[in-house]
Each structure stands twice: as C-alpha cells, then as structure tokens.
Design a protein. Structure first.
Length: 421
C-alpha cells in the first residue's frame, strides 16, 4: 500500500490549474458512443478514472489514445461493431460506469453490465436511471450483481420523465439516451450542475437538439444520427475548491488560474463568511487567509447549493476554525465516514444522523489516517499539512481517481509531502 508522509511547511502560496472535471469527462467519454467516427476531448484530467473509462470503451469496441497532453482521441466503430457488454471489473471500478447504459441502449438497443461500484459513502440506487429508460421503451432484467437491458423497438421512444430527485448522473444518462430517441423528450426536475450543462453543449456540437441547459427542465428533440466533435471539458470546481482550501487552511493564498467562479457561487460565499479574502476577478479565482478562519453553518444541497463533494474540505477547514459550526449532509447518509479520521488528528467533531457539530481547535496533531473515498482523501491530506509532527496518509489510490497529480501540485505550492510504501 502506497502512503504519504505529511509535515507542516507554512503557508501554501502560488498559482495552480485544476483542469477538466471528473464528473464531466467520464460522461463525455460515454457520449462519444452515440456517434460513429473520431471524437476529441481536450482539457482532460490525468486521473485513474479516465484510464478505467478508456478501458471500458475499448472493451465495447472503441479505440482510445492520448494524442497530446490532457487530450483524448476516441474512435467509435459502426453500430454493428459496438459490443454492448464488457468485463464486470470495469463497471465495478467506478460509479460513473452507469452512464454507458443510455448511449448503448440508444445505439445498440441493448446493454449488459455489472452493477457500478465507486466510493464508499452510502447507497446510491440506480432506480432513477432504470425508471426513466423504461419509460423510453427499455426493458430491464436485473439481478443482485448485473443489469440486462434491451430496447423494445429499434429506437427509444420520447417521453416525459419527472425525476423524483435531481440526480446528476441520471440526468446525464437520460439526456444521452434521448438525443437519438424518436420524438421530443422532456426531463423535469433535471440536475442543473455545470457538468450536465457541459455534456449538453458537447451533444449539441455533435448535432443534438437540446434546450433548457442549466435549468431544471430539459427539452430534447431526437435526431436520426449524430456526428463526432471536438469538445473542451469544463474546469473541475471541486478540484478548484481543494486548492483554494489548501491556501486557506495553511494561512496562505492560492489562485486557481482556470477556475470558473460562476460555477461555485455558494462555496465562495461560505469561504467569505469564514473570513477568507476571495478574488473572483481577473484570471480564475484566488482565496487568501486573513487570520484564523471563522465558524459557519453549512448544509449540502443540489446545485446551485453547496455540493456534497465540498463538504469534507469544509469540515476539515472548520475543524481548526474559531467557534462552533454545524454541517448538515442532505444527500448521502454515509458521507461522514471520514470524521473518525479527523478525530484521530485531534479534531473535535461529533455526528448525529446527518448532522456534524464541529468545535474548532487551535491545532491538529499528526498520526496515521486512511481515506475511503476521493474527496475525504484530499481533505485528510490538507489536514496533514497543518498537523503538528508527521502524518501518515494511506488511500492514495482513491485520490488519484479524481485528482490530476494532487501531490505534485500541492508540493509546487510549498507543501511538504513525501511518498512512501
């Protein structure tokens, strides 16, 4: 097991880039399945989830290569050469593998896949996906480990789908299925995340007819076929938040050059309330510490609210802030599982149900910690950068699923991080 040795090194300062969003690029790779020919994606993060999705697309019959830094070229064969089945371990490696379901049904009329895996922070059922696709004419035969889906006609049929919850990934899946469906599909209570909007822009560049991007009501008029396109992946707002947090928690100042402040308005408001000096003018976004951070209350909500992926970072910052904070998790019941690791470092955090009470302490103390998901891993690394003494961190394989060389980029900002085995 690989590990990191972390020591305090003073304030982190400088400029950094976040690159493309994990929660966009994986869906956009799957969207390439909708059109035969050569697709190109730029601003692609060098993360392990992209490598897994590349393997998955290759198993389905595509070819994937890297023509340049932060680029992908995906060549999709004719429909008859696409294989609507792939090895189970590729689906089990990440949650986002579910998004090939819609494109495969639209192109091949069937899909056979293992149930998706991913980070361990509670149940994330797929019923929103299957119910919406069933309304579009798909038939499912599922068991405890796999999904078997077929389309009852050559093309999926248009319908109106009202999502019980504005699920990001379900919206992506239904949107991709609808662009080749017969007629007009309406997705009500759709997710509004910037990554969904970015997927929609890619689909439009491929010839899709989509209206309402960025709103909760999407209207899709199905077309007979799509064509390949080149698309630049939107900047990762959670990676942006991580670098901003690295400066604030260490008492420094970090600017993320490619940040999109309009995609993280609520987060920037919370940072301002915590006492940070936020600069969203000029190139990207910068945040500077103005003394010790202050306590604030936070509740996670669907976009444009505070994203659940921000919460481990915010909880870690609040653990050393002045005062008492209450953090409420409204999306995933298991997403406080990293708190016991913060407590090992000396944080004063208690949880009850979907609430966490955080009494800020003046300092953390180094020890060994382990991460079980991507964002908790990044947050624990930041905690290790301010904990007195030495902190040993394990779980780097989770972090690498969503961060493009986090260790190297933090080190370039002045962090003291050593790799070990």
């Amino acid at each position: 097991m690989r590990s990191l040795l972390l020591k305090p090194a003073g304030p982190l300062e400088g400029e950094v880039r976040a690159y493309g969003a994990k929660n966009a690029v994986l869906k956009q790779m799957a969207a390439c399945l909708l059109a035969t020919g050569e697709h190109r994606l730029t601003n692609v993060p060098n993360i392990s989830d992209v490598a897994v999705m590349s393997e998955l697309l290759e198993a389905l019959g595509c070819s994937v290569d890297v023509p340049g830094e932060h680029e992908l070229r995906i060549v999709v064969p004719e429909g008859d050469a696409l294989h609507p089945v792939a090895p189970a371990h590729l689906f089990e490696a990440m949650r986002a593998s579910i998004v090939v379901l819609g494109p495969l049904l639209a192109r091949c009329g069937e899909a056979n896949m293992a149930l998706p895996g991913g980070d361990d922070f509670g149940q994330r059922p797929i019923n929103f996906h299957t119910e919406g696709l069933t309304a579009m004419g798909a038939t499912f035969r599922n068991d405890r480990t796999s999904i078997h889906a077929t389309s009852t006609s050559k093309r999926l049929r248009a319908t109106r789908v009202t999502l019980e919850y504005p699920s990001h990934t379900a919206t992506d899946n239904l949107l991709m299925a609808a662009v080749l469906a017969d007629g007009r599909t309406i997705i009500d209570n759709a997710a509004r995340e910037p990554e969904v909007e970015d997927l929609g822009r890619q689909l439009i560049s491929m010839g899709a007819r989509v209206e309402g991007l960025g709103t909760s009501l999407l209207t899709i008029d199905g077309v007979a076929e799509l064509h390949p396109a080149t698309h630049e992946v939107v900047t990762d707002r959670v990676v942006t938040a991580t670098y901003l947090a690295s400066g604030l928690i260490t008492g420094g100042a970090v600017r993320v050059l490619d940040a999109r402040p309009e995609h993280m308005v609520m987060l920037l408001r919370k940072l301002d309330a915590m006492g940070a000096e936020v600069d969203a003018t000029g190139n990207g976004v910068a945040a500077r510490a103005r003394g010790r951070l202050r306590a604030v209350d936070i509740a996670t909500l669907p976009y444009p609210g505070v994203a659940t992926d921000y919460k481990p970072l915010l909880t870690t910052m609040l653990s050393v802030a002045e005062g008492v904070s209450v953090v409420t998790e409204n999306l995933f019941t298991g997403r406080f599982r990293y708190v016991d690791q913060l407590v090992r470092l000396g944080a004063n955090v208690t949880t009850e149900g979907h609430h966490a009470m955080i009494r800020g302490v003046e300092r953390l103390t180094g020890t060994s910690v382990h991460a079980s998901d991507i964002r908790a891993g990044a947050a624990l690394i930041l905690a290790g950068l301010i904990a007195e003494g030495e902190t040993t961190f394990t779980g780097l394989e989770h972090v690498e699923r969503g961060y493009d060389d986090l260790v190297g980029r933090l080190s370039a900002l002045g962090a003291h991080i050593e790799r070990a085995s």
